[in-house]
Ligand binder design. Structure first.
Ligand code: NAP
Length: 466
């Protein structure tokens, strides 16, 4: 047993980061920053490749956002950090294993599930969470086998966040526009054959409450052959009670509402405010064919926020595809507390607690969406992760003398369990192949969409290099 506290040269602070998405990488960056700290970081990831939502969430036509990965690549090249991919917490290693092998654990697993509408027919074929559609067009191995019926002329998207706008934009974009991106090849092919001509966006509250950014809707309306129609039974007239961003969005929405038809438009997006789906009905094939929609009005809740209340007025919309984009939800991790309502791991300033307001679970921390819920943009996770790392480093001063922990002990445990970890070398081999295949196709990259395929290629590349 070393008598030195973890963090000193002879006894580096050993940290496991679980999840190699943006929050995980920002946490790694923050841990590697202090000059006077000796640290060894293992970045554990379920897939053989990193970047989480940056790879499989951000829309393929938002390549400028994906450039954040360049900084993550630099972090990954730091010898104090190891990438351990193809490794799932709860499968190959448990939380108890991690607490034995590391001084501290920080969970950055994001929000892998989705919220439910809770209406009849939600489970019909043809009704999907938008998160599945996003994973599908981004070649995420969990969703590559999904099928989306694009054969009917109308699709309905429920929700008013930026994810809803992303899926609307992908549904109405000309395939040529998406071709050079890193969209999954099979998705591009399906979109080329798409018969969808209208996407109706059902927004339960009014124009002022919509969560999407004006800029994102503008990007849809500015597509040359797409017409955006805005319908709202109510439109706020006194704008000065709203913040600047909302005022801008309201002005833009009124502009769209008053715009004449767009000549030459081949596809249409109808943004229907104050409307909720109340039931999905099946057609003869048992799949969704019709959506019953109820009109809403705004009511003020006790806490002063506005909420949607059904007016009883209903109409039906024919649609062959329904995408529910009403928010992501975190999933529990065996061995750690979970707040099922909020979909997060309960925590105080990033220190995991046993229930909200409960005692701290020593040496376990959270950052990103699993800490605060699915809000903000990729960059929001930078300050969030840095704040958690600050409390970790504060707590580290109280640690030990702890049992000596080492990289070798981790390797031995994984070898014992017969785990084939994907290392930085493997990930780089996969990355290279994806770029190479992409180049031949005139795309940024063509992603591998199955874990087996990725590992097969990594094995081949290892074999040929030595
Ligand atoms: P979000 O911004 O939280 O939006 C969720 C939407 O779902 C809200 O409009 C919400 O309406 C609606 N909703 C919730 N429950 C509903 C129900 N039962 N019926 C109907 N509507 C319901 O979530 P998100 O779109 O999934 O995005 C997650 C985060 O990623 C956001 O911070 C977003 O800005 C970010 N993001 C950013 C970009 C970008 O910058 N380009 C792209 C994608 C995602 P209420 O407001 O009425 O609850």
């Amino acid at each position: 047993m070393s008598l030195e506290p973890p963090g000193s040269l002879g006894r580096p602070l050993r940290v496991a980061i679980v999840g190699a998405g943006p929050a995980g990488f920002y946490a790694a960056e923050a841990l590697l920053r202090p000059k006077d700290l000796a640290v060894e970081v293992d970045l554990l990831e379920r897939l053989p490749v990193p970047f989480g939502l940056l790879r499989a969430g951000v829309a393929p036509d938002h390549q400028q956002i994906k450039r954040a990965s360049a900084a993550f690549e630099r972090t990954a090249a730091d010898p104090r950090l190891r990438f351990l991919g193809n490794l799932e917490l709860g499968r190959e290693l448990t939380v108890a294993d991690l607490l034995e092998l590391y001084d501290q654990v920080i969970v950055c697993t994001g929000s892998a599930s989705d919220r439910r509408l809770g209406i009849p027919g939600e489970e019909l074929g043809g009704s999907h969470p938008a998160t599945a559609f996003v994973g599908w067009y981004n070649a995420h191995p969990d969703f590559a086998e999904e099928r989306f019926d694009l054969s009917a002329p109308r699709a309905v998207v429920v929700g008013a966040g930026n994810v809803a706008i992303d899926v609307v934009r992908i549904l109405v974009s000309e395939p040529e526009r998406l071709g050079p991106t890193d969209i999954a090849g099979y998705a591009l092919e399906a979109l080329r054959a798409s018969e969808v001509r209208e996407v109706v966006l059902l927004v339960r509250r009014g124009p002022a409450e919509a969560a999407f950014d004006e800029r994102e809707l503008r990007a849809v309306a500015e597509l040359a052959d797409v017409e955006v129609i805005v319908r709202s039974p109510e439109f706020p007239t006194a704008l000065d009670v709203y913040d600047h961003a909302t005022q801008r969005k309201l002005r833009y929405l009124s502009e769209l509402a008053a715009a004449p038809p767009k000549p030459g438009a081949r596809r249409r997006v109808t943004v229907q405010f104050l409307a909720s789906p109340v039931e999905l009905h099946a057609g003869a094939d048992g799949r969704v064919a019709r959506v019953s929609v109820e009109e809403n009005r705004l009511a003020v809740s006790e806490n002063g926020t506005s909420r949607a209340v059904g007016t009883g007025a209903r109409h039906d919309l024919e649609a062959g595809l329904v995408l529910r984009s009403i928010g992501y939800l975190g999933v529990p991790i065996a061995g750690l507390p979970f707040d099922g309502r909020a979909g997060i791991i309960p925590n105080r300033d990033g220190r995991v607690t046993d229930g909200a307001g409960g005692p701290v679970v020593p040496r376990v921390y959270v950052a990103g969406w699993i800490k605060r819920g699915p809000t903000g943009v990729i960059g929001t996770n930078k300050a969030d992760a840095a704040a958690t790392v600050a409390v970790m480093l504060e707590d580290a001063k109280q640690l030990g003398p702890e049992p000596e922990r080492s990289r070798a002990a981790v390797d031995a445990r994984l070898a014992e369990r017969g785990v084939r970890v994907a290392t930085l070398i493997d990930w780089r081999a996969i990355d290279e192949l994806e770029r190479e295949v992409g180049r031949d196709l005139g795309k940024v990259r063509e992603k591998l969409s199955s874990i087996q395929e990725m590992m097969r290629h990594a094995d081949r590349a290892r074999g040929s290099s030595g």
